[in-house]
Each structure stands twice: as C-alpha cells, then as structure tokens.
Design a protein around this ligand. Structure first.
Ligand code: ADP
Length: 316
C-alpha cells in the first residue's frame, strides 16, 4: 500500500444470516479523491460504509485505514476517519456548540484545542450563526451539517458519509453538495447515494454496487463506455470480416451507408478496426464511438439479471 492510499478494503464480505449483503468487495480510496458509492436500495452501500468505518465487523476480508488494519487496531485506524451514519448521531437537546465540543472530546481532540476545533468545523459547515441553537430546533439540512461537522472535527484524512442528502429539500441538497465538494480540498471523501446526479455533481470517481458486488468503477470524467462504433469505409468488406474482429458483437449497415458495430460489454475495438482497415485497404473515412451515459450504465448494471463476471471491473 503506497502512502497516497487512505482506504484499502480487500475481499470484504458481510452476511446477515442467510443474506449476503456484501460480497468480496475491493475498494481503494486515494488522497484527494471524492468517491461515490452508487446503487439501488439494498445494494449493500450502508453495510460497506459501516465496515469501512469500523462500526460493523466484516464476515471476512480486511480494511486498512491509512495503512492501519481496522480490526487489529481500531482506535488508531479510526483516528484517521470521520463518519456520518445514515441516522446522524446528533442530540436534539444540545446546542450546536455543546454537541460539537462533546464530539471533539469523543474524537480525542485535546481539551486545549477543542474550542479551535469547534470554531473551525462550524466555519467549514456554515454553522457559525446557529452555534447557540438547540439541534432539535434546526432544519433537517442544518442538522445534516451538524452531522458532517462532527465527522470532520478532528480533521481526519478520510470522511465517510452515508446518504448525506437523504430527506433534504432541493435547496438543502444543493447546499450540502457544495459543502461536500469543499471538503474535498482537505479530506478524502466516500459518500453513498442512490441518486445518480448527486454522484455526478460531486464525485471524481463512481463505484456502482449491485447485490453486494462492485459492478462498475470508473472516474466520472471518463464515464462513457463505448457501446457502438460508427464506421465509414469506402470499400467495405463482407460484414463477417468485421464481425470477426475481437470486441465486435454485431454489424449493421445504416441507411447512410455507414456501418454500426455493436461493441461487446467493456470492449473497445477501435484500434483493431483502424489497423484492419489500413491493412486491407478498406478506405476508412470515419471511425467514431458512441458512448453510454452513466445513467444508461447504471440502469443496465442494476436492473434485471446482470452477468457479474462480464461487468465486474477490477476495483483499481
Ligand atoms: P443499501 O445501503 O445499499 O440500501 P444495505 O447495506 O443497507 O444496502 O443492505 C444490504 C442488504 O443487507 C439488504 O438486503 C438489507 O436488507 C440487508 N441488511 C442490512 N442490514 C441488515 C441487518 N441489520 N439485518 C439483516 N439484514 C440486513
């Protein structure tokens, strides 16, 4: 594990009785990343985050936080992380200040540094104006900010946020999203969501989880996979010659005369097509990929029966 890897989960599994909630999951979080775990309800996101945060024992597999094994040395490992569970651990009868001071103590911030830590967390989360208010009287959006503030109060390297915008109204969602994006400057972040635009708005990388397994793991800016290739050839060969190229699963002739090649899942035959066109003098004049949006990928990977072995990508 190099020194830029902050979370390394290997072969992580969790059963609840006969239910396999998470199965052989591999996950890496590097310094500076905001990673989104996306998946339908019941996919295993919360279970994964609880295991990463050391709040739930894995049935098998291991988690290292900043190089420290969380099962062997939970206290030292947890010092590097902050966690906002799905149900925020907030106390309605305390003021924001009282609660954050308490949270600073729980996270081991020395008493001489607690005031400064509380002030900093309030500033980062936009809570300075409500410091004296009772948490129970705050809006859900502000309560969520308090939950995030307690997760960052000890300046952990890693922040884990479970469905941080669930139950918020659209304005609150926008505020929390921009707060999360700003956390990325100082912390590495993992957040879960079942909402695609949320992940696209704040995350640099997305892992799609379905039925406890990672079925997709890509950076958001390269989120389109090649699904079709449009090919223009002046001297097209028999279609079977194209069909035989690795990664091409189907060839159609379009009304325009160009060819549309359907690409096998995860393959990219463009280089092979260009080489074949040059070698065989097919007169290549167009070679263009049509991609799938993340939404199409998400729907495809999480609805109906999917073949895991085809779509499983190495969690790099
Ligand atoms: P997500 O966060 O993606 O909605 P969860 O991790 O909460 O998914 O749940 C994954 C699976 O594990 C689901 O089938 C859920 O019903 C099951 N599960 C979660 N927690 C428990 C539990 N405490 N006891 C039994 N089954 C559970």
């Amino acid at each position: 594990m190099d020194n830029t890897t902050l979370i390394e989960a290997r072969d992580l599994s969790r059963r609840y009785g006969a239910t396999i909630a998470v199965s052989s999951l591999k996950l890496t979080l590097r310094k500076g990343e905001i990673l989104g775990l996306l998946g339908p309800n019941g996919a295993g996101k919360s279970t994964t985050l609880k295991m990463l945060a050391g709040c739930l024992a894995a049935s098998s597999g291991s988690v290292q936080i900043n190089g420290i094994d969380i099962a062997e040395n939970p206290k030292a490992a947890k010092a590097h992380l902050g966690y906002l569970p799905e149900q925020p651990p907030i106390y309605p009868e305390l003021t924001v200040d009282e609660y954050l001071r308490y949270a600073a103590g729980l996270h081991g911030v020395p008493s001489a540094e607690r005031d400064a830590a509380v002030t900093r967390a309030k500033q980062s989360c936009g809570l300075s104006d409500v410091a004296e208010r009772l948490i129970g009287n705050l809006s859900k959006g502000y309560q969520q900010r308090v939950g995030i503030a307690q997760a960052i109060i000890h300046r952990p390297k890693v922040v884990i946020l479970d469905e941080p915008t669930v139950g918020l109204d659209p304005n609150q969602i926008r505020e929390i999203r921009s707060l999360i994006a700003s956390l990325g400057a100082e912390h590495s972040v993992i957040l879960s969501s079942h909402i695609l635009p949320e992940i696209q708005a704040v995350c640099g990388r997305v892992m799609i989880i379905n039925k406890g397994r990672v079925v997709y793991n890509e950076t958001v800016d390269t989120q389109t996979r090649v699904s079709n290739v449009i090919l223009g050839l002046k001297r097209a060969p028999e279609l079977s010659a194209l069909q035989n190229i690795a990664g091409v699963s189907r060839v159609q002739t379009l009304p325009s005369g160009q060819l549309r090649l359907t690409v096998a899942d995860g393959a990219d035959p463009r280089e092979a097509l260009a080489a074949a066109a040059a070698n065989n003098n097919w007169g290549l004049f167009e070679l263009r990929a049509e991609g799938k949006t993340l939404e199409e990928v998400f729907v495809e990977l999480t609805s109906g029966e999917i073949t895991i072995h085809e779509s499983l990508k190495e969690a790099a």
